[in-house]
Design a protein around this ligand. Structure first.
Ligand code: ATP
Ligand code: SF4
Ligand code: MG
Length: 337
């Protein structure tokens, strides 16, 4: 996105508004477990009270360790999971109240690109078949669809002769191009890209990211870009939300976040980035212990069991609210109270 446009974001209404979203999964205990623990089902608090806004034309990066709830949040935003609580609005409409007919329209407006394109592509279908499905739902006759398939292949950098090939005949990067073409076929406004390059070789990652950025300009796409690789997040995002154990702990423009991280968790994540430029390298902060379970998350600040800058008792007693520490820079930490 151009710098001028980024400035304008402040005066624009969000395309997607995530409002107090909670997503709790219920897991059944086995008969034996029930006898031992004497409680019923296990509740997994995958996303716990998240509010975010995504503005038209921007890329909002969502980063955090494995299991912190990134994919769950991305799926709730597309209503591939029903939220336990909270709402998501798209262009001002509450999608959690959409009828079946409205959901059909929404499914075309909002698409997902997966980490593993191979798993999401039917191995028995040719590229023509794969791309025909979304195009059929857009209407048009066979000839128009055929033209559109060829145009999409060209646009994502695949050769027209690939039209009759099957997914296993492609490389990882090419498969991701098919996944992108399939999403584009619905003419979406908003795309959740869930770790779209993390399964690819580094050189291929750059090609796919560049393609996604070109397409964003061309089709005025808005991305929620999920990744755990901070270098990728730094490269693609206009703003970044940092997630820890189901909650957003910091949100800022990419430049602000990478230059002036405020949350101890963000600082630890950034300290692990390997920079060639020595002046950019930070002293490594090694976090002790592993991420606690979302089944029984720590009280107060969820990060307090691993925090190396703990303020005091308040950290384990009160949940820190996400507050504005500087213009557009939100942080949830008692150190900033
Ligand atoms: N369908 C489900 N049923 C029960 N628990 C689930 C389900 N889906 C996800 N979870 C749990 O919710 C938590 C968040 O999972 P999620 O996949 O959203 O994390 P993530 O941040 O995307 O992780 P990764 O970086 O590994 O993809 C995890 O503890 C996961 O085990
Ligand atoms: S609230 Fe306390 S425990 Fe949590 S990050 Fe801030 S200082 Fe650390
Ligand atoms: Mg995930």
């Amino acid at each position: 996105m151009a710098a001028v446009e980024k400035e304008l974001i402040k005066n624009v209404k969000p395309l997607v508004k995530i409002d107090g979203i909670k997503k709790y999964f219920t897991k059944k205990r086995s008969f034996l477990e029930k006898k031992l623990v004497r409680t019923d089902d296990i509740i997994v608090k995958a996303v716990d009270d998240v509010s975010l806004e995504v503005y038209p034309g921007e890329t909002l990066g969502l980063v955090g360790e494995s299991g912190c709830g990134k994919s769950t949040l991305g799926r709730v935003v597309l209503r591939l999971h029903e939220p336990t609580m909270g709402k998501v609005t798209f262009g001002g409409d509450d999608i959690t109240r959409y009828s079946k007919q409205q959901m059909k329209q929404f499914r075309s407006n909002a698409q997902i690109i997966f980490q593993n394109p191979y798993a999401s592509l039917n191995p028995r279908k040719t590229v023509r078949n794969i791309l025909s499905v979304p195009l059929k739902s857009q209407g048009g006759d066979f000839i128009k669809r055929e033209q559109e398939i060829l145009h999409l292949l060209d646009r994502v950098g695949l050769n027209k002769r690939h039209i009759d090939s099957y997914p296993h005949q492609f490389s990882g990067g090419q498969r991701q191009r098919i996944g992108i073409a399939r999403a584009l076929a619905m003419q979406p406004k908003f795309i959740v890209a869930d770790e779209p390059v993390s399964a690819l070789d580094v050189s291929v990652q750059a090609q796919i990211i560049n393609l996604m950025q070109e397409l964003q300009e061309e089709y005025q796409l808005t991305y929620l870009f999920i990744a755990h690789d901070l270098s990728v997040i730094n490269y693609v995002s206009d703003r970044v939300a940092v997630m820890y154990l189901g909650k957003i702990v910091e949100l800022a423009t990419t430049e602000e976040l990478f230059m002036h991280p405020l949350h101890p968790y963000t600082k630890a994540l950034l300290s692990a980035i390997p920079y060639v430029d020595k002046s950019k390298r930070r002293e490594r902060i090694l976090l002790e212990g592993s991420v606690p379970s979302p089944i029984n998350p720590p009280s107060g600040c969820r990060f307090h069991t691993r925090c190396y800058q703990k303020k005091g008792k308040i950290c384990s007693e009160e949940i820190p609210q996400l507050k504005e520490a500087a213009p557009g820079h939100m942080v949830s930490c008692h150190l900033l109270d």
